[in-house]
Write a new protein. Sequence first.
Length: 451
Amino acid sequence: MLKNKHIVLLQFIWRHILRAFAKSALMLAVALLFLVAISVLAETIRQGEMEIDRLYETMIVKAELFEADYGMSGYAMNDVIFRRAIDPILASGFVQRAYLEAGFRWTHFIAAESDGTYPDGIRSEKEFNNWNLNPIFAVKDIDEFLVENVNPELSMYRRGHYYDEDRRMHYLEEMPIEIEYEEDFSSFDFNKEFSYTSDSVIPVILPKRIAKDWGVAPGDMGYLEHNFDNSDQPWLIKVHVIGIYSGYIFRESAWESVIMPLDAGEAVLGAYRLPMGFISARFEIDPLKNREIQDFRVILEEATLRQSAGRVPLSFSLTDSELNSAIRQMEQNLALVRLLYPVAIAISLIIAAGFCLLLQLQNAKNASILRALGMLGRQAGFLLVIEQVIITFIGLALGIFVLSLLKNKHIVSMDAILFAGAYLLSSLIGGAAGAILIIKRPVLALLQVKE
């Protein structure tokens, strides 16, 4: 009997929904549209956050140290940056890759005797002066250097050149570097980690012209000597020629330098208390640290301003303009959407409650008929509330179905389900409030209400 009663009630509700089709369709459409709109807004926030995270994690930011007043230092190789400026940057945790070049101008190369010893009387046989220097050019990674070795736009008086024995200047042709290594040697041997001392035999790569002048081939031994007018402490280091290169180094006064590992150069010069000046100091920032890029800017400022950071005042560049312009704008837009999102939800729920309340008040005549037929006011109110809940539920279910048809598996999220539940609850509250208002009124008063 009870089962039949429930069936009758459902049939009544269904017939009433169909009779008031316009109102029912409007209620269903409002529920569907609000759910889709809020879900799309939530997905917009999620996509925005993902895009910002992607840009932060993939955008490469680079930094570089350099002379504050380029060309004003008077140092021929422009080797003006000291290790004191570089170390705090490397230790900051921001750098994922560093490219360093260093130089020392005041050296000569001398080929060894066949037994590897220093040639006696060589200084009486050859002239050694500032016109035929063989500077040291030290790099951490020879392969990276070959990629980085591009010809900068130099002014004419800094164009690549060298002097012959008659002190006549010759300009260099623009040629990329090609290295001929000793048998069983490669760039791997040059780049491998090794603890050098002042007594170590240093692997070097000679320029082709110098090797030709001295009759040196890959595998031969030689010396780098520093002894000028006895004004500085003289020193001599033994070197192993592991390669010979053609082409030129496009750096200030380093056109035909002797290339050696950076660690070796620092160890040798450090033993004689001669700081190796860095020519280039470029850094690539770990993208995972991009969100803290302003902290890294502070580190760069402190490093370049600290005492004895270089031979001359230093400055720096940080290529974070794209990071600031692109991502910052996206973050501002996303912050606005995040601010509107809870407001949109609150307005939707308030509208849902108010809309159901107004529609329920228009059911006053139906409520009076049910009560005139002998139904209790509470039962009539419950019946009208259930009718609205069913319509709202169908609208929300259709909304979830529409969302599932979109080619985005994330759009039907937990947020969408929670909003659907909150919307259903708001509709229930609004409908219940309207039902309470109409069942408290006399039956005859309800019959006088016009739809």
